[in-house]
Write a protein that binds this ligand. Sequence first.
Ligand code: PFF
Length: 452
Amino acid sequence: MTDQRFVHAQWSSRLAFILAASGSAIGLGNIWKFPYLTGENGGGAFVLVYLLCVAAIGVPIMMAETLLGRRGRQSPINTMLSLAETAKASRLWQYTGWMGVLSSFLILSYYSVIAGWAMAYILKMNSPMFAQISPETALRFFDEFRTDPQIQVIWHSLFMIATIAIVSRGVSAGLEKGTRYLMPALLVMLIVLVGYAIGSEGFGQGVAFLFLPDFSKLSGESVLTAMGQAFFSLGLGMGSIMVYGSYLPRHVSIARSTILVAAADTAVALLAGLAIFPIVFSNHLEPGMGPGLIFQTLPIAFGAMPGGAFFGSLFFVLVFFAALTSSIALIEPTVAWLTENRGLSRGAASAWSGLVCWGLGLGSLLSFSSWSEVTFFGKNLFELLDFLTADIMLPAGGLLVAVFAGWVLNRKDTEEELEMAEPRSYEAWRFLVRYAAPTGMGIIFLKALGGI
Ligand code: PFF
């Protein structure tokens, strides 16, 4: 299959792909979700399982998903369909693409609500009440904020408008430009925060919490959560990286690029943990306080720092941008499909998709206030959507991608697409996607269901 088969946009360089894929991977998942899940799931043992999942399952599947995208060169649904037809396999494989589109939609709906919190905190950090703020006031302030639906709707809408504005401008003008400077700036800010945390009295305790595994705290469900978080954080299993792979020029090494992206993603998550847990312990807060964790802890650190209002705002600006580079990846598979199959312009496709996600997001938004009592299987709407997507749909999508790349596509095709210099590296990848990843994921699912 050649690059000319479809008229399709391309990244301008390898670096552009790496930055955009890192932009998709690095987001709220690293700075907001990883710390709070680690807090809720007991620390070190969860982190260890997470790291194992990234290395043994995440990276091979990320390579597989990218290679499928580059081979198919269309939106994920059409890519899966055309690759299945070429391989004389069932047309049902296209539903892997459909599931991806659905899960990215559901994720974006609540992702936008949380990103709205980060946007609101950009302004809030400048308020005088944050100077020397006490832990109690920070907790109370956040509680009042998240239970006010009107304010929440404004920020949620603003975030969605920003997403639509960028995506509608297209691949290179919109997606590439946004990520070039913002990602490095975020890294620098995180390092500054870690510097602050190193000087705090809870640093040792924070490091121990993050890196000393206590396996008695690990349940079947935490292992499933760790795997789901690895998929969520790397942005796998929903077609985003497949569609980014479809814009990848032929000569770029998929293995090297994806390993770099996974390493950067993991480093940012660990740095966020290193910045946050020392503050939690220094202020005698609870690590397991849930989705509000960073909004309740980091303002305390900024409030105590010289120039904290400025650094605090800057930090949340960067979190907002990190969320934006992920949200554009979340909406891109749908936009690509609508432009290919429904003949919509990019602008119209982005606006319609954004509108539907925005409407869905209202449910999650209200689950922090007036709908907090509305539960399904003991979870409110936000928790349910998060569980369904991150813990079930993404790993299931990833598994299908692994099976398709490992078993349905023939060896010659994948070998040609990955073009690894070392034959042993190719064998290792093939073994991981054919046997190790599916078995590992099967065991994790069974364990979570209480089967083993
Ligand atoms: N990886 C993003 C994060 O960690 O915040 C979230 C995400 C983006 C998930 C893109 C999936 C995706 F396709």
